[in-house]
Design a protein. Sequence first.
Lengths: 631, 180
Amino acid sequence: MIKLTIDGNEIEVQEGTTVLEAAEAAGLYVPTLCHHPQLTPYGGCRLCMVEVEGSRTLQPSCTLPATAGMVVKTNTQKVLDARKFVLTLIFSERNHFCMYCQVSDGDCELQNRAYDEGMTHWDLQPNWQPFEVDASHPFMVLDNNRCILCRRCVRACGELVGNYTLGFEERGADSLLVADYDVPFGESSCISCGTCVQICPTGAIIDRQSAYQGKETEVDHNIGVCVECSVGCQRNVLTRDNRLVRIEGEWDAPLNNGLLCDKGRFLPLEDDRPRLLTPLVRKNGSLKAATWDEAIEAIAKRLNKGEGLAAVASTRQPIEDLALFKSLFADNLKAELVTTLEEGKATASAAKLAEKLDKSFEASLDVLKDTDAVLSLELDLVDEHQVAGFFVKRQLMDGTKLLVADGKENKLAEKANHKLELKAGDEGQFIENLYKAIKDSTGDEDMIKAAGVLKSAEKPVIVYGQDFTKNADEKALTTLLEIAEILNASLVGVKGNANSMAASQLGMEEPIKEKGYQTGFVLLGDEEPTQKLIKRFEEIPFVVALSAYGSQLTGNADVVLPVTMWAEQSGTYLNMDGRLQKAGRALEAPDGVLTSQEALLKISQALSIEPDLDWQASLTARKPTVEIKAI
Amino acid sequence: MAKPKVATDWLCGCAGCHMSLLDIDERILQVVELVDLRSSPITDLKEPDEDGVTVGILEGGINNTYNEEVAKKMRERCKILVALGDCAVFGGVPAMRNFFGEDAALKRAYIDAESNDDEGKIPSSPELAQMTRVRAVHEVVPVDLFIPGCPPDADVIFYALVELAEGRIPEIKGDKLDWH
């Protein structure tokens, strides 16, 4: 610990703390623009300048390490004058006329800093140099005229996401923010994660979906977990007048630290599937609008028979829904099949082994943030579970070795140091070969090289996807555990959808048979049914579907209940590394639409069943693959 | 003591700041109690008194030689010059044309615009003022008080007028500072 004085306050901080961090820790305010807590200090804008006793000139506090005995002043006249001057220079460099800017009046950090300094005008007039606006990207507009060259976006794209799409060309006043080697943003290597638009302090990168739809202070905020996959990123859903405006990553979230992918940020606002607004019941061969009572009666009549019942739920639904679903169909109605749309592919084999060994062998996702070698088994983290992929990609420049084993097209493999062939069905043999290569250095050359990389790593991680778990048998997984033990490696199983692991804990992971069911009950929620599922359900004589959207499956069903989509319901989710997190309700459901929970309770009531609603106990009844952490 | 005299004028703006001035509604009676409102675009007298006024208020930026002349005359005849609104303070929306230049702006308006006939004609007469780059008022004459906003809020205008009438310089900060 070292002691320094800031504005007369004696402050004790860890060595390596910057003056800015020390000041903030002491509750003192120093304005910043290029600085961002998630990024490496950069010292680009000079707004955070402070006076340091003994220094000839003012010093940028964001990059200045605190040293013992240092005496710092943050609000002398010299500092205040410098701040105003820095802001004046920034305003005069490009087009910073607030009256025609999207982020003006609250959402612009540059304007807010000027207000803080009480600036009523600028002494210097702008350099009237126009730059072209790049509107080629589907989700973002890149406007160099509004850019203050703080490079937050460039640093975020590289340091946080590991994508390195954004960069600068030219120098000084001619500096231009460009994508790749100056190609249109929409045709660049951008993966639309939107971190740049979230981190931009001005209107230089604008979000197209929410532009001019309301400022931060005019919208409602709803912080909760993303339901698009099992990573479990925390996000902020912004709404206004019961309409989605924008989705942002939560900077303070310990797991994703503000990051989201296109699926979590932009695509939910592009959903234009036809909404179901009324219950439907098949009469004389065609689906007709019905009341809730009629529809529930039709369902109850059929379920009372009970034979050959297959009940399948989406793993996008909250745990509360899944537990209720299981209690109703497995415990009370004794259905032949109670499972999920995932059919346990992403979880069953590993879950069985954990139960058998009575041991949680998977690690926290945080291990992926600090590793020197990653072995990815049949998993493309560029395509799915993208934020976990960012953790890996952003470390590659620092020398982290990436080994990708897959048998199909894999975009992560483009960045791999070693590619290994792993065909679907060969998982057992592959793991056996890897084991031999590690233990005895025998086998083919590629495998021995890969084994060498893993053996020399200090913090190796082996991460596997559902294409691996669905084929890997107990022997393969047991050998994988032995490998992890030899290497002192962490294992991460990414699983599938948002509540993949919860469904596994509830024991809903049976495969659906090709034929033989008499009644099919499917809780789709807002999940889009696959062609395979549609075909399976076509074979079943009577089908009940709970769905937010119309699809071929609901078109073929005999009773359809309109239920809420993700934003209209609340509930709990268990992510891939055992974090229990809440998703809140951000929107009011349309009239006549109930939550799946309400719909299931209506059905239970019609059948005089009192389902068990205590999901916490059911969730921990079985040894999990990874330790479950309380909310 | 005689009431302080106030004169206003508009330059390259949209008259919105004067509209916002009228938005003080019945409080204009209080203002008239406190000050002697002389020339303005919304009163009969069109030029500030030759023997001077206490406060001169200008709305709009300066985009031609005529505006320059009006601004200089106001500066000469007032003690305290106020730049009212984003155009007077920064150049505002009209300053967008500075990114393209006067020639391109004239061509767009008088030749290319969809409402023109086939030929179009850029007005040119020695009697017309010469077009210039759009400038903030303080680029042409010294300004004593800046009240930004597009337009400034009626409450801010009322506050500023009362302060000026009572011989104080208003402080435009906190809630009152809003460039829009």
